[in-house]
Design a protein around this ligand. Structure first.
Ligand code: BV8
Length: 238
């Protein structure tokens, strides 16, 4: 498989945007959701772990799952794929990932559509939010700000709306992009995955980087099969 056409598209791009999912962080040892027997969802129904209904039903199960994921992320370090993306001076990084590995690789313009796992917030949205120590994650607790609601990870659960300011910034970036690099996502979660079609509708060239087939492939100008930590340094030589 030759990457040359994709490399040329990236080299001549005026407004580059990346759109990433769990596969970008998989080489760093952070489990994905859907694509392997070890994926989070292989063991549980996503709606039981990442939804307000699941949290109300069994807050202990949900917070135990997040504690496991948080400890996994505490041990993770950015991989060559994060570093290759972060080294681009003007690229906008739209990510579904809740880790901070792109930031730790030096990326400055990161839009977390689904929130960040390294913070807790009030489930009743009283305004309280606090960073947490990933290596020493909290369990079930009342919101320290109001005491009336539980605190929960500052992520977007199924059935919850995406943060409006982040979503608007992501749509703006996509509408102005001329090359979109889609990395490590099954592209099945909406409205995030809809950004790929939006980029295409606005004339952007779409490059997909994935170890396997994904729902993004039908929208791609270039589909590059391989791992993010080996392909991205080839696409973004610096
Ligand atoms: C909402 C919690 C409004 C955070 C997550 C339109 C159509 C259909 C459904 C809907 C729709 N609109 C809304 C919905 C419902 C729902 C949805 O999309 N359901 C789908 C699943 C059917 N969406 C929502 O509920 C969203 N909210 O729309 O608000 C609203 C309001 C009220 C009522 C209704 C609607 C909220 C979506 C956010 C859900 N939160 N998780 C957390 O704990 O992390 S989703 C979860 O999936 C993660 O956040 C993750 O970011 C996201 C996407 O997964 P991926 O990142 O793609 O990971 P996955 O494992 O799937 O794939 C990994 C890929 O990497 C694979 O392709 C693999 O091949 C590849 N790979 C692996 N290794 C590598 C690699 N690639 C490269 N290199 C490697 N080394």
């Amino acid at each position: 498989m030759t990457c040359t056409p994709a490399i040329d598209a990236i080299a001549s791009a005026r407004r580059l945007v990346s759109f990433s999912g769990a596969g970008l962080s998989a080489p760093s040892g952070v489990a994905t959701f859907r694509d392997t027997a070890q994926g989070h969802w292989a063991k549980h129904d996503p709606m039981d772990l990442a939804s307000p209904v699941g949290f109300a039903r069994d807050p202990e199960l949900v917070m135990t799952w997040y504690a496991m994921r948080r400890r996994e992320m505490a041990a993770a370090t950015p991989n060559a794929g994060h570093r290759a993306l972060a080294a681009h001076p003007t690229m906008v990084h739209i990510t579904q990932n809740t880790d901070d590995l792109l930031e730790r690789a030096g990326a400055t313009n990161v839009l977390h559509l689904h929130g960040t796992i390294n913070a807790e917030r009030c489930h009743g949205r009283c305004g309280w939010r606090s960073p947490i120590d990933l290596a020493d994650p909290p369990g079930v607790q009342s919101c320290p700000g109001c005491g009336h609601h539980p605190s929960r990870p500052d992520v977007v659960w199924f059935g919850e709306s995406l943060p409006q300011d982040i979503w608007t910034a992501a749509v703006d970036a996509i509408e102005q992009s001329d090359v979109l690099v889609v990395v490590g996502t099954s592209a099945v979660v909406h409205p995030a995955a809809g950004l790929i079609a939006l980029a295409r509708d606005h004339g952007a060239s779409v490059i997909v980087v994935n170890t396997d087939a994904s729902a993004a492939d039908g929208l791609a100008d270039h589909v590059l099969t391989g791992s993010a930590d080996t392909l991205l340094p080839t696409l973004f030589p610096h």
